[in-house]
Write a protein that binds this ligand. Structure first.
Ligand SMILES: Nc1nc2c(ncn2[C@@H]2O[C@H](COP(=O)(O)OP(=O)(O)OP(=O)(O)O)[C@@H](O)[C@H]2O)c(=O)[nH]1
Ligand SMILES: [Mg+2]
Length: 428
């Protein structure tokens, strides 16, 4: 496929971080060929989003280099987009639209597709309104009274707006249906005593790679932004526990509101977790790493996930030396008590990561269990191997004596199934 050429224009104030490299990565993921960059440090202006002088300077650049698109960061109003398009005689898209394009490209499940359509419609509503108004103004001709023409135009506009609202209502209904089914599934898991561990973090940090390494799932992995748009839950083998690990949609700073709203239920999965594994990309510069970590913490705050225990996985350490790893661990906020340097790709230190997750879970209790020989005893023993963390097994003449760490549900079941005295809690 031939990629469309694009000029990137970033506007930021002195206090705002330089997001140009992230903006470039977004453009690359959306399949634009970036042929030029402008980084403008100034306050926003109403007419074009940037000062008129700068807009003129860029116009000259455009006339010479002829990009097919200008991509603008951060967000622009619909009026600003149209005024810039008129001035530059080039298609203009802002960062929000760029992220929408990527989500559109990566949406795989019916839920993600509906969510993205919802976000698109909401985002494009004011643009469409603006566009129809402009077209109507241009089409005003002399053969009918102006008032009558405006009236007819407004009717057309209302009709289109009504269509969009109806479609949004339909999407809402379907999404609600999917959400209810998911909630039911989750409820069943929680009844069955499953612990939910969610992998969260900035986009492209390596969340899906970690999910695959931990659970053997077949989630998609790519060096692109927002590869994952829907949650995937798979079981993790942890003796004595039933654990489900979920891969989830990545975060980004200034995630457009329309997308937060549309992907709310997917993001909410994070706030339902018992433990969060926050994946941090160690290949970023320290400054960039801290910026992304802060954006993640802000998102946790927004989605009500800030009370949940967090284990931090400093990922991609296979490409760093000891000193660089140490530097990064020291640079992370003091509140991050549990930091485990890992390589999801090489499966390094995953056992340490699992141990750290385990420390955040309610403790297992140690029991001595006396099992009879015969079918009942054997089937309980094999069940214990699945559900408990077996410390030792002793085969005596009369029975099998098992020492195991158990969670409360398993201990309760044994207590019901075994004669009194055959289950004894030990001091652990
Ligand atoms: N060197 C190295 N690369 C890694 C490691 N883990 C992941 N990657 C690479 O990082 C890129 C992103 O990996 P993903 O697992 O797709 O990241 P993600 O966080 O799920 O990304 P999104 O779903 O797009 O938000 C891929 O190119 C991976 O191969 C690692 O431990 N070491
Ligand atoms: Mg992913």
């Amino acid at each position: 496929m031939v990629e469309a050429t694009a000029l990137l224009v970033q506007r930021r104030t002195h206090q705002q971080p330089d997001l140009l490299s992230e903006f470039k990565a977004l453009a690359a993921t959306a399949e634009y060929d970036v042929i030029g960059l402008f980084d403008i440090v100034s306050a926003p202006s109403a007419r074009y989003g940037i000062r008129s002088g700068k807009a003129e300077e860029i116009k000259t650049w455009i006339e010479i280099n002829k990009p097919e698109f200008v991509l603008f960061s951060p967000h622009l109003s619909s009026g600003q987009v149209f005024r810039l398009m008129e001035l530059w005689e080039t298609e203009v898209r802002d960062r929000t639209q760029l992220i929408l394009e990527i989500f559109d490209k990566h949406a795989r499940t019916p839920q993600a597709r509906l969510q993205i359509e919802q976000a698109r419609l909401r985002y494009e509503l004011p643009f469409e309104r603006h566009q129809i108004r402009m077209r109507l103004q241009k089409e005003h001709t002399g053969d009918r009274p102006v008032a009558e023409q405006i009236g007819a135009g407004e009717d057309l506009l209302n009709l289109r707006m009504q269509q969009i609202r109806r479609r949004l209502a339909g999407i809402n209904e379907k999404l609600q249906d999917i959400t209810e089914k998911q909630a039911l599934k989750k409820k069943r898991r929680s009844h069955a005593g499953f612990i939910e561990v969610t992998i969260a973090g900035y986009t492209n940090a390596g969340k899906s790679t970690l999910h695959k390494a931990l659970t053997g799932s077949n989630v998609e992995i790519a060096d692109e932004l927002f590869t994952t748009l829907s949650t995937k839950a798979s079981e993790l083998d942890m003796p004595g526990r039933r654990v489900v690990v979920s891969d989830s949609v990545g975060f980004i700073s200034d995630l457009p509101t329309s997308l937060i709203q549309a992907f709310n239920t997917t993001l909410m999965e994070v706030s339902d977790a018992d433990v969060i594994i926050l994946v941090v990309d160690a290949l970023d510069s320290i400054e960039e790493m801290i910026r992304k970590v802060k954006a993640c913490l802000e998102t946790f705050n927004e989605i009500g996930a800030n009370g949940i225990s967090v284990v931090t996985a400093l990922n991609k350490i296979d490409l760093l030396n000891e000193e660089e790893i140490e530097e990064r661990i020291n640079a992370l906020p003091d509140t991050f008590s549990k930091i485990v340097p890992i390589s999801a790709h090489r499966k390094t230190n995953l056992n340490l990561l699992i141990e750290s997750v385990k420390e955040q879970l309610p403790r297992l209790q140690r029991y001595e269990i006396i099992l009879p020989y015969g079918d009942v005893g054997m089937s309980l023993l094999s069940w214990l191997h699945d559900e408990g963390d077996i410390v030792s097994e002793n085969y005596s003449r009369e029975h099998i004596e098992v020492i195991a760490n158990l969670n409360i549900e398993v201990a309760q079941k044994l207590d019901r199934d075994l004669p009194a005295g055959d289950l004894r809690r030990l001091a652990s």
